[in-house]
Design a protein around this ligand. Structure first.
Ligand code: TXA
Ligand code: MG
Length: 344
């Protein structure tokens, strides 16, 4: 199939065209403030099955349903506590997905048979316009091939999905750049299953007992996981990644002593580039050390950049700090590294 490029900045009918595709059962990649999503009508089982096919996504990894009106929450979910409502009101629209008990209107293909569903109200205006124009909740995982870094611009969507989906709606670059916080609200205590732009500290202001799950490790084979997405390899460029923390000069010395210079790739903070430059020409920076939002928004594009270079081994230099947005940054980098981490 030919994948249509729709740009709302150049074409006033772009969102309407995309909504028409969704209503007819097609797949449209849409921008959000986190990453691009691969959207279909959440009520259309065949369309949702096509999402799994286009991504090569495992059949047991459920999708998030996107809404553009907080009232839609009650149509899709039940057993919503006051605390859950307060959390949704505080952080929506925004980078938060809440897991709640689903109503039967949501087909099992969306949730992979679970009795809960993830719901998100994105703040991105193009995403909101698409949902409202379609008049439907949209099931949408990140718009990458399963296992690859999530796409943060339309060009990255096309690298993975060109010819496999009906259209991509170009909304420029995503501001946050890592996927939404996934918060389980089906129990007594809110539990973060995946860290993101809405941080643990922010959630604790509404629900002080909130906590983060143990997501920074690979679950054992056969282990029952809270969120199916936790057990799959993620965000991986072609070359293996090692995460390295500590002082920049120490990290450079460690890399020089332990890695082959030929085919070496390094990802580091803007201000550290000079320290690593003598080791290799294949360096990608992902923001300043003190600017977490800049880092989160560049992680996936920097990881992807190595795929078009003759790089065989990648070191990612990071702080390992898990405060605030650092929890999401550290989680994505740790997962990209398959938890191969050197703390100096
Ligand atoms: O920011 C985002 O969340 C992006 C944009 C497009 O909205 N979407 C996204 O979707 O990252 P995806 O499918 O790549 O990740 C959804 C995560 C997976 O780890 C999945 O296992 C988890 O949410 N999830 C979905 N439904 C769940 C449920 N009912 N219970 C537990 N985890 C669930
Ligand atoms: Mg994903």
């Amino acid at each position: 199939m030919e994948t249509l490029r729709l740009d709302p900045k150049k074409d006033a009918a772009a969102v309407r065209t995309a909504a028409g595709i969704i209503k007819r059962g097609g797949l449209v990649a849409m921008p959000t403030e986190t990453v691009y999503g691969l959207a279909a009508n959440a009520f259309d089982e065949a369309a949702v099955e096509n999402i799994f096919r286009a991504k090569g996504r495992p059949q047991d990894n459920p999708l998030i349903v996107h809404i553009a009106d907080i009232a839609m929450l009650d149509e899709l979910c039940t057993d919503i506590s006051d605390m859950a409502r307060n959390i949704a009101r505080a952080f929506w629209p925004g980078p938060l997905t809440v897991i709640l008990k689903k109503r039967p209107v949501i087909p099992d293909v969306v949730t992979c048979g679970l009795d809960s569903v993830g719901i998100r109200f994105p703040s991105n205006k193009t995403a909101q316009a698409l949902i409202l124009e379609a008049g439907l909740p949209l099931a949408a995982p990140s718009a990458n091939t399963s296992g690859k870094p999530s796409p943060t611009c339309a060009a990255h969507v096309l690298l993975d999905m060109d010819g496999r989906i009906d259209a991509v709606l170009d909304g420029g670059e995503c501001e946050i750049g890592v996927e939404s916080t996934v918060l389980n609200l089906t129990g007594d205590v809110p539990v973060i299953l995946r860290p993101g732009g809405v941080t643990l500290e922010m959630i604790k202001k509404i629900a002080p007992e909130a906590r983060a799950a143990d997501f920074n490790r690979t679950p054992d084979a056969g282990e029952r996981v809270l969120s199916p997405g936790m057990k799959y390899r993620h965000y991986a460029p072609k070359a293996p990644v090692t995460l390295i923390t500590g002082g920049a000069a120490d990290a450079a010395r460690y890399i020089e002593a332990h890695a082959d210079k030929a085919g070496l790739g390094i990802m580091c903070f803007d201000e550290c580039e000079a320290v690593f430059r003598p080791l290799t020409p294949y360096i990608h920076t992902y923001g300043r050390r003190d600017d977490l939002l800049s880092q989160s928004s560049h992680i996936f594009s920097a990881l992807r950049a190595f795929d078009s270079e003759p790089v065989k081994r990648i070191f990612v230099y990071a702080t390992g700090d898990t405060r605030g947005l650092g929890m999401a940054i550290n989680n994505r980098l740790s997962k990209a590294a398959g938890f191969d981490i050197v703390n100096l």
